[in-house]
Design a protein around this ligand. Structure first.
Ligand code: NAD
Ligand code: UFG
Length: 336
């Protein structure tokens, strides 16, 4: 069975490709490499000892995408292609709406033309906006605080409307919490361009000496130690969640949404402590003002995925930190 992974050269996509190949699927990747490199594709092949097809295509280019579907018998799509930097989306909203929203519309049109009706979509916990309480369940009210988040919300709505118009579709929307870690081989991992925006890649680059010190955004939140609390999830657990979601699209029609998180929140200082413990490296840090748009506490209620999909996150925070460190220390400059 052949699965198309859009954005398959990226951080999450590369780990999903490993899982797909190891589960016996044939894999076709479409990626424009705007935020990734072909090296990740080579490494996925090296880890699995299996081949997969790669097309360097922008999903906005309908004719080229059409060709991918005509050349391959695609049964389902895991749709990850998208831009994901919150600050950048505030600076350049049109680029985000075009890429994330129009890109998805183009993909759905081509899927429809080729009668492919199974999709797993990468949404985000950001669609919960500022949650009224934690843990966050799928039925909480939705709202976005920035254009990136709104593109995710809009795509969720588009997919819901699309299903209403055609009950033969089978769609699973996954709302990721904070993916960190890397494949235990250290061959693939997160490779942000420029200065990292997210906590873990910043920490690993401090540890490896590329950055001087971490800035901790805010120490006056109503949390255990005043720093922001998040639900960090190991990237391999996240990728395995996609296998379960894909199986769900194979066995039933409908549209369902699931949180992918551990259900446990860790503060920034707890992450620093766990990382220092497993890496043996000191992470110098300073406190600064809260980062605009950040919320105090965010963690999932992952029960629905456990009950419906039979999925739970198994890897703990020290394993996440150890695998992030393993990747960074073996790949000082990422894939380049
Ligand atoms: P990533 O940037 O590493 O991967 C996204 C991939 O999509 C990249 O390889 C990029 O080159 C590709 N891409 C972007 N626009 C494209 C286009 N128009 N056509 C073809 N390819 C395109 O990011 P990631 O962390 O792997 O995230 C994957 C998906 O998961 C994204 O949609 C992101 O919004 C979502 N997500 C990520 C996180 C996170 O913290 N990493 C959290 C929630 C949701
Ligand atoms: N943080 C720092 N210093 C840094 C980076 C982050 O203190 O240099 C703190 C943040 O303030 C926050 C925590 O570390 O308290 C986590 O921040 P990240 O940037 O790693 O992650 P966010 O929770 O802010 O955002 C992530 C994704 C978003 C997504 C959101 C919800 O980057 O795309 O999770 O799923 F929308």
């Amino acid at each position: 069975m052949t699965i198309l992974v859009t954005g398959g050269a990226g951080y999450i996509g590369s780990h999903i490709c490993v899982e797909l190949l190891q589960h016996g699927y044939e894999v076709v990747v479409v990626d424009n490499l705007s935020n990734s490199s072909f090296e990740s594709i080579k490494r996925v092949k090296a880890i699995t000892g299996k081949d997969m097809k790669f097309y360097q295509i922008d999903i906005l280019e309908q004719e080229k995408l059409d060709l991918v579907f005509s050349e391959n018998t695609i049964e389902g799509v895991i749709h990850l292609a998208g831009l994901k930097v919150v600050g950048e989306s505030v600076q350049n909203p049109l680029q985000y709406y075009k890429n994330n929203l129009i890109g998805t519309l183009v993909l759905c049109e081509v899927m429809d033309k080729y009668n492919v009706k199974k999709m797993v979509f990468s949404s985000s916990a950001t669609v919960y906006g500022i949650p009224k309480k934690v843990p966050i369940s799928e039925d909480f009210s939705l709202g976005a605080t920035n254009p990136y988040g709104r593109t995710k919300l809009m795509v969720e709505e588009v997919l819901r409307d699309y299903y209403i118009s055609n009950h033969n579709w089978s769609i699973v929307i996954l709302r990721y919490f904070n993916p960190i870690g890397a494949h235990p081989s250290g061959k693939i991992g997160e490779d942000p361009s420029g200065i990292p925006n997210n906590l873990m890649p910043y920490v690993t680059q401090v540890a490896v000496g590329k950055l001087k010190e971490l800035t901790v955004f805010g120490n006056d939140y109503p949390t255990v130690d005043g720093t922001g609390v998040r639900d960090y999830i190991h990237i391999v657990d996240l990728a395995k969640g996609h296998m379960k979601a894909l199986e769900k699209t194979m066995t039933s029609k409908g549209i369902e949404v699931y949180n992918l998180g551990t259900g446990i929140g860790y503060s920034v200082l707890e992450i620093i402590a766990a990382f220092e413990k497993v890496s043996g490296r000191k992470i110098p840090y300073k406190f600064a003002e809260r980062r605009a748009g950040d919320i105090a506490i965010c963690y999932a209620n992952p029960l629905k995925a456990k009950i419906d999909l039979g999925w739970i996150a198994k890897r703990g925070i020290e394993e996440m930190c150890a695998d992030s460190w393993n990747w960074q220390s073996k790949n000082m400059n990422g894939y380049s």
